[in-house]
Ligand binder design. Structure first.
Ligand code: PLP
Length: 267
């Protein structure tokens, strides 16, 4: 599900003892080593800034500094920046080796695409309607949509869609489509990604959490009980094809059968 199989080799302890997890980039360590011979970042020296991430969870962070008019100092800052980025890269490499449990591709190679980083590409609006912003990649976007349409055996004139920037945005859009039923209730299993429940709060929708089986699939017995409690309201269902942590695939046929057995029609 995550990363490449070769990475597992890197996790094997060399002396039989488990390896300690790699540290996150420590901003104070960067400051200590880069400030030895110059004045850059003097104001931050020795100061560990704390950032509150949530109740009782703290981490340190780097200070944002403004560019300086003095060229000499700017040169020092560039060296300092290069050092911060090199250390950050190292910490990402280390942490990627030990990363497990998210359905992300950890083996990116942007090589061929690097040349495009200098452009401000924006596919604003609907990919099928021309916009007034000329620096775009809609040819590629629609190509990917066509690929998925073929995969799902849809005719070209039978679908619409767009490529989102992330999974959260995809969930937001999908649930917005379901929101055509203003008094509908959103049903989602407990193993569903948190962004679905966040979307329900953002759209002020009633949301019911359904239990899951040990596998992480939606438990249709519990689903049926919960549907029966709300038979008078339309049901908007979030179904998972690969949950975030367990990779569970909900049984779509059983979900539809459960809806039918509870008296929910297709319209
Ligand atoms: C099923 C699912 N939806 C949404 C997301 C959120 O993705 P992102 O963090 O890219 O918005 C994830 C992330 O793991 C996910 O697994």
């Amino acid at each position: 599900m995550v990363g490449s199989v070769e990475n597992i080799e890197n996790l094997k302890p060399s002396n039989g003892k488990p390896e300690a997890l790699p540290e996150e980039l420590d901003p104070t360590a960067v400051l200590e080593s880069t400030n030895e011979n110059n004045n850059v970042g003097k104001e931050e020296e020795g100061i560990k800034r704390e950032m509150v991430l949530g109740r009782n969870i703290h981490t340190s962070c780097l200070a944002v500094t403004e560019p300086d008019a003095d060229d000499e100092v700017t040169g020092d800052r560039e060296a300092y920046m290069a050092s911060v980025l090199a250390r950050y890269r190292k910490s990402l490499e280390e942490r990627t080796k030990h990363h497990l449990g998210y359905p992300y591709n950890l083996d990116f190679d942007y090589g061929a695409l690097g040349q495009l980083q200098h452009f401000s590409i924006n596919n604003l609006g609907d990919p099928f309607i021309e916009s007034n912003y000329g620096v775009h990649s809609r040819q590629f976007e629609v190509g990917v949509l066509d690929w998925f349409a073929r995969l799902w055996e849809l005719e070209k004139d039978e679908y619409w869609g767009y490529i989102t920037n992330c999974g959260t945005e995809g969930n937001l859009h999908g649930i917005l489509v379901g929101r055509v039923f203003p008094d509908g209730i959103l049903y989602a299993s407990r193993d569903t990604h948190y962004s679905v429940f966040k979307a329900a709060r953002m759209y002020r929708m009633d949301c019911v959490k359904v239990n899951t089986l040990v596998s992480g699939e939606i438990d249709c017995a519990d689903f049926k009980d919960k549907l029966q409690m709300n038979k008078e309201k339309p049901a908007i269902i979030n179904v998972n094809i690969g949950t975030t942590v367990k990779g569970a695939v909900d049984d779509l046929d059983l979900v539809i059968k459960t809806l039918e057995e509870t008296g929910f029609s297709h319209d």
